[in-house]
Design a protein around this ligand. Structure first.
Ligand SMILES: Cc1cc2nc3c(=O)[nH]c(=O)nc-3n(C[C@H](O)[C@H](O)[C@H](O)COP(=O)(O)OP(=O)(O)OC[C@H]3O[C@@H](n4cnc5c(N)ncnc54)[C@H](O)[C@@H]3O)c2cc1C
Ligand code: SF4
Ligand code: SF4
Ligand code: SF4
Length: 385
């Protein structure tokens, strides 16, 4: 029986327009053989660079979040059985937290909790490094290993040859080639930060026992409703539509909507909330084909939704995740806002609502895709060679 490989991803995932551009296939493939496939253009699926070098091993096909081959295995490993009835995934506890370190709080997208936790784990020598994303050039991020506080701050900080606004946009640019970074750190214990599509591929690799995923001690997952594609023409369209200048944006954040904090002109900072419905033109089509909002396979998930400004919503899921959050709270690395049962229920309901929105959007998108995709079935039969 022929093993499905990258050619099948092209047929079944790229051509129907459902590639999430997570880069999982590229990241894995580059870790075994360089330049077979690559993300060569922004906002497009990966392509063959040197097709003749393809080993036809089929791992890219297995770990792709759009083939769903390993969903049942992952659901068993991560404690839940039916994603559609439980889109929040397994939840041990939910918190609203903030970094106690002023610098991490200041540079944090929300409460600076992710960086604080990584720093704590590094200081306690519970990990040797963390793969985080750093802005490289306009609309590209690179995976870098952070080994100390300085590295974490540098990765989160501004890149001087880019405008601060572009740096803010980069926060919501998905693809970072995290997995090839891992092979350089064999036998190290690493944490990885990623969006749901990125963590999914890592978990598939871990379930398959594929090197170098065994280096990953901890998956720190970010919530992700959608991701944007802003090139110059789109920036201009956006400025016109929302009657603002990009250069006046100080910070960008995503919670229930897109939040733009404008540069201070007077004593108070102007904050603009733009509903997701109004920014459909800027969302990467790939994200419409994605159903996981809360990063259900992560050890710990983090987002802004459900928490007040400058606090991060934290969901603990695995034993490792639970232990680390408890230790960090006890050590005073992060502080938690006091939440009673009713508050926690409210947070869960709000997050659950966004999970449902995302699943509904996914269902509609996939239905339309199936209807319009030349009436060809998505899953092709495996050819017997
Ligand atoms: C693309 C994207 C979409 C998001 N959508 C939502 C949303 O819809 N709703 C919501 O509530 N929250 C969303 N979030 C999460 C939110 O923006 C914050 O990242 C989260 O709350 C953690 O905040 P923090 O201040 O605790 O993290 P920080 O302490 O600021 O640390 C964040 C860490 O993550 C790393 N990082 C950031 N992006 C990436 C990436 N793509 N790959 C790998 N590492 C990365 C940074 O280098 C940094 O180390 C999204 C995040 C991203 C990247
Ligand atoms: S070598 Fe393997 S992982 Fe890389 S493209 Fe070919 S089949 Fe996919
Ligand atoms: S969804 Fe991710 S793993 Fe699948 S083909 Fe696209 S980039 Fe590759
Ligand atoms: S919505 Fe987020 S997790 Fe889903 S494909 Fe887009 S970037 Fe990845």
């Amino acid at each position: 029986m022929r093993i499905k490989n990258f050619k099948d991803l092209i047929k079944e995932v790229h051509k129907p327009g459902i590639c999430q551009q997570c880069g999982g296939c590229v990241s894995f493939c580059n870790s075994i053989e360089n330049d077979v496939i690559g993300m060569t253009e922004p906002n497009s699926p990966p392509k063959y660079i040197n097709e003749e070098k393809c080993l036809e091993c089929g791992i890219c096909y297995l770990i792709c979040p759009q083939t769903h081959i390993l969903d049942d295995d992952l659901n068993k490993t991560y404690n839940f059985t039916n994603f559609s009835s439980m889109p929040l995934g397994f939840i041990d506890n939910i918190y609203s937290c903030q970094a106690t370190d002023k610098e991490f709080l200041e540079i944090g997208t929300d409460g600076g909790v992710v960086n604080s936790l990584i720093n704590y784990l590094l200081e306690k020598k519970l990990i040797d490094g963390a793969i985080v994303a750093k802005t490289k050039t306009a609309f590209s991020r690179e995976a870098v290993i952070a080994r100390n506080k300085k590295d974490l701050i540098e990765a989160s900080g501004l890149k001087l040859d880019l405008s601060p606004q572009l740096n803010e946009l980069q926060k919501f640019h998905t693809y970072t080639s995290s997995i090839p970074q891992l092979k350089q750190y064999k036998f190290k214990r690493l944490a990885v930060v990623g969006t749901p599509c990125q963590i999914y591929t890592i978990r598939c690799m871990q379930n398959l026992g594929i090197i170098p995923s065994q280096n990953i001690e901890l998956c720190l997952g970010l919530f992700c409703y959608e991701n944007f594609f802003f090139d110059q023409p789109r920036i201009e369209m956006f400025e016109k539509k929302f009657k603002l200048k990009f250069e006046n944006i100080d910070r960008i954040n995503i919670k229930e909507d897109l939040i733009l904090k404008l540069k201070n002109r007077g004593a108070t900072q102007k904050i603009i909330h733009i509903p997701f419905d109004s920014i459909k033109d800027y969302v990467r089509q790939a994200c419409l084909a994605c159903s996981d909002f809360t990063n259900i396979y992560a050890d710990i998930s983090f987002g802004g939704l459900g928490s007040m400004d400058k606090f991060t919503t934290v969901i603990t899921r695995t034993k490792k995740g639970i232990d680390i959050i408890k230790k960090a709270i006890n050590a005073g690395v992060i502080r938690t806002s006091k939440l009673d049962r009713a508050n926690k229920m409210k947070m869960k309901e709000k997050i659950s609502q966004f999970c449902q929105f995302k699943m509904k959007r996914f269902d509609n998108f996939m239905k339309n895709k199936l209807l319009t995709w030349n009436s060809q079935p998505l899953a092709l039969e495996i050819d017997d060679d």
